[in-house]
Design a protein around this ligand. Structure first.
Ligand SMILES: *Cc1c(COP(=O)(O)O)cnc(C)c1O
Length: 390
């Protein structure tokens, strides 16, 4: 038995190196990485600017604590604030921690504003927010909770995309609505801009906060820095992680002015959060994704990939709808075929994809992907589907 705690069932492949959208296994085989380590390697593998930022910082100082000022963290926070609704950033190390921070700031906001009894969060069916107890409690995924009960009290669920359902659940104990702009793990489930605008209105009407989990959708994945920007709304709190470090573990919780004002020294913390090395990595990623034309590139490549996938989907009965935005794309599999079977076959043919909930295949290449590389991936995908036809 492996000494690694058996929480994963990994394929036998391991990789020795990466370059752009390619990964190279230790037996020398080349793979097109259209999974990006689950939407993490946003700027591709071995990006020279990211390598330089990390090695430069590593040669100076890796870590010191938040007991001292960390200029790289201040710079990162200021840049994300300048680009968004937010007034402040809390830096942490993962997506689950970013959501945990959001849960805490939401409660603290109401507590500081004379409503300590407002603590309940309405989340959505099919959501995913991480694997800690609080984030499991928010998502209420039966499979993930099994064996870990009891969950935390204070979370209720509404059907994703259903405004009336949320309205019915609101009481004078409701603190916030927690929602992903596009549900990633749940199967690339989308809702229209109207839904999110109504959520903003409801939140304002009832004095509750709009808390968006952009751990998967954020940092350019959908073709805007944050996916909620497609809906022309301003959330109160946003969790980010995955693509932020381009492969270096870092997460963050962005909060607007009134929510930030509820936090004060000692109310939250993280030993590693935003340390010099992590902040250097995230700043390098921002250097790249904030370049002129980068988001246009993601949008153009996303539209191209989606339209070509639609063409391939039309050829095979076992493939269904293509959905998503930018380079966060899913393709439905009909019940007669299992998404993981296609993913495994694609892997054998040199194309890495990621399964998602509801029998969906996720196609989430690095944001720097070119049209030629997309064509290469599509040709493998088409070949794999063709081999499944009989
Ligand atoms: C991946 C993910 C998380 C959890 O992130 P970790 O870094 O694995 O803790 C939370 N929310 C969403 C939407 C995610 O996609």
């Amino acid at each position: 038995m492996s000494a690694v705690m058996p929480t994963y069932a990994p394929s036998e492949i391991s990789f020795e190196s990466g370059e752009g959208v390619y990964l190279f296994s230790d037996n020398g085989k080349k793979y097109l990485d259209f999974g990006s380590g689950i939407a993490v390697t946003s700027v591709g593998h071995s990006h020279p600017k990211l390598i330089k930022a990390i090695t430069d910082q590593a040669s100076k100082v890796l870590h010191y604590s938040n007991l001292y000022k960390i200029p790289g963290q201040e710079h990162l926070a200021q840049r994300l604030v300048d680009q968004s609704f937010a007034s402040t950033l809390f830096s942490c190390n993962s997506g689950a921690e970013a959501v945990e921070c959001g849960i805490k700031v939401v409660r603290k906001y109401h507590s500081e504003n004379g409503s300590p009894k407002k603590y309940k969060i309405i989340s959505c069916t099919e959501s995913f927010h991480g694997r800690t107890i609080a984030t499991l409690s928010a998502a209420q995924n039966g499979k993930h909770m099994n064996g870990f009960l009891p969950m935390l009290e204070g979370f209720e669920q509404a059907a994703f995309g259903d405004v009336d359902n949320i309205k019915k659940l609101i009481t004078n104990e409701t603190a916030a609505i927690l929602v992903e702009p596009i549900q990633g793990e749940g199967g690339i489930n989308t809702a229209d801009a109207k839904y999110f605008r109504e959520l903003r209105n409801i939140a304002d009407e009832y004095g509750i906060l709009l808390f968006m989990d952009e751990v998967q959708t954020g940092i350019g994945r959908t073709g805007k820095l944050f996916a909620h920007q497609w809906f022309d709304i301003k959330p109160d709190v946003v969790a980010i992680a995955k693509g932020l470090g381009g492969g270096f573990p870092i997460g963050g919780c962005l909060a607007n002015k009134r929510v930030s004002a509820a936090m004060s020294p000692g109310t939250h913390g993280s030993t590693y959060g935003g340390n010099p090395l992590a902040s250097a990595a995230a700043n390098a990623v921002l250097d790249i994704v904030l370049e002129d034309g980068f988001m246009d590139h993601v949008q153009t490549m996303g539209s191209y990939l989606q339209s070509q996938l639609n063409l391939i989907g039309g050829k095979y009965d076992f493939l269904g709808k293509v959905k998503g935005r930018g380079l966060l794309i899913g393709i439905n599999c009909e019940p007669e075929i299992i998404n993981t079977d296609i993913v495994r076959l694609a892997e054998n043919n040199g194309l890495l994809l990621v399964p998602a909930g509801n029998n969906v295949i996720r196609v989430i290449p690095p944001l720097i992907v070119s049209q030629k590389e997309i064509d290469e991936a599509l040709s493998i995908f088409d070949h794999v589907c063709d081999s499944l036809r009989n």
